[in-house]
Design a protein. Structure first.
Length: 94
């Protein structure tokens, strides 16, 4: 029964409260697993769930330090890991 109880707990869906919680939960659950593969200058790179969480935290802190957290910010650029992290930071901050 102990194994079945553990399995049931693992299958229980998590309630996501907001975008930041989604990113944090992804990092906790999947850590160094690949989230995004991309090509830069002919080399393939991997962006992990933990990388996304770290970038969102870093950029959110940067926005806050220059008093832009919670203000209107335009995010313009190609789809890349940095764009995704920037977008999530800006959207969560508003």
């Amino acid at each position: 029964m102990k194994f079945k109880d553990t399995l049931d707990q693992q299958r229980k869906p998590k309630v996501i409260e907001n975008l930041y919680h989604m990113v944090k939960t992804g990092a906790e659950c999947f850590g160094d697993k690949a989230l995004y593969y991309y090509d830069r200058n002919g080399e393939e790179h991997v962006f992990t769930y933990q990388d996304l969480f770290n970038h969102v935290n870093w950029f959110g802190t940067s926005l806050s330090s220059i008093d832009l957290f919670g203000k209107t910010v335009a995010v313009v650029g190609d789809t890349c890991p940095e764009y995704i992290a920037t977008y999530l930071s800006v959207v969560y901050g508003n």
